[in-house]
Design a protein around this ligand. Structure first.
Ligand code: GLN
Length: 284
């Protein structure tokens, strides 16, 4: 029989595959024995069953092949909840939590004021669900082209018991007009095809359609900039995540589509990570 402590120590071969191997092993073992991570430190000498050990070893073998912890466990922490994820959706990133924080700043501060918000390319639903949970008077529309991604987002909404969110399968703003929104947010694909990052970390396991865009990573941002004009109320904001080196090109695209007050926002690593832009409304 093997104790919790021994099982963790035996997983040190993960070291070759992960910078955070000890944490990874703890998360995987906690999942295999269906306990919280803290249980491991409280009961290090407890023995685990043969089935639990086998499951833990299977998890470790998958991690050794580079599979992200989030897909092995099927869960990822985001905002103040734990989302269901699978390989049909991008794993929500901490940078995108920052996008949620800035989105909240662009919305009315009065608690009971209503707002219509659109999340384009919702994936697991991370951004839309975080906003929906922040204020029940905000009505979210979450769009994704992938039916499989929408199934994940819907399940997350159900788990979190959030009713102020509606899901639609569409490519960006297709079929939305004449509906108009107070805010549109998007974390679209923006990585260049052939970019070396695609071979690193979790990216090889994530859906290409959520990561890669034509035109040097800018094709989808261009479509969004062009289409959102027709779906924004006068003086409403578009807030869009992009690559660390795309600030100027994104600003140019937004400018060409007649947006104003275009401003890039850095993430906590001081990388240019998202841009907000206001649409003044159609002239005439
Ligand atoms: N920021 C992600 C990464 O490079 C990419 C997310 C995206 O394309 N929207 O890891």
């Amino acid at each position: 029989m093997v104790t919790i402590k021994q099982a963790l120590n035996n997983a040190s071969s993960l070291q070759q595959h992960s910078d955070s191997w000890r944490l990874d092993a703890e998360l995987l073992l906690a999942a295999a024995i269906q306990q919280q991570r803290g249980y491991l430190f409280t009961w290090p000498d407890e023995e685990i069953s043969a089935e639990q050990l086998q499951l833990f070893q299977q998890y470790c073998a998958r991690r050794s092949k580079g599979e992200p912890i989030a897909y092995i466990l099927g869960r990822q922490a985001f905002w103040d909840f734990d989302l269901m994820v699978n390989p049909h959706v991008l794993i929500p990133r901490p940078e995108t939590e920052l996008l949620v924080e800035f989105a909240i700043e662009l919305l009315p501060t009065e608690q009971f004021k209503k707002a219509d918000i659109l999340d384009l390319g919702t994936g697991s639903g991370a951004i839309a669900l975080a906003l929906a949970s922040t204020n029940p008077n905000w009505q979210l529309t979450a769009v994704d082209r992938s039916g499989r991604a929408l199934a994940v987002a819907r399940e997350n909404a159900q788990e979190l018991k959030l009713g102020n969110i509606e899901f639609r399968q569409a490519s960006w703003c297709d079929g939305l007009a004449p509906e108009q929104f107070d805010l549109i947010v998007a974390n679209p694909p923006y990585v260049r095809s052939g970019d070396e990052h695609l071979a690193q970390g979790s990216l090889p396991f994530e859906p290409v359609m959520a990561l890669v865009a034509e035109e040097n990573g800018l094709a989808d941002i261009r479509s969004i900039a062009q289409q959102c004009k027709y779906c924004l109320k006068k003086d409403a904001w578009l807030l869009i995540e992009h690559g660390y080196d795309q600030k100027d090109e994104v600003a140019k695209l937004l400018h060409e589509s007649a947006y104003q007050n275009i401003e890039c926002i850095q993430d906590l690593a001081k990388l240019d990570r998202m841009t907000k832009a206001q649409y003044p409304g159609q002239a005439g």
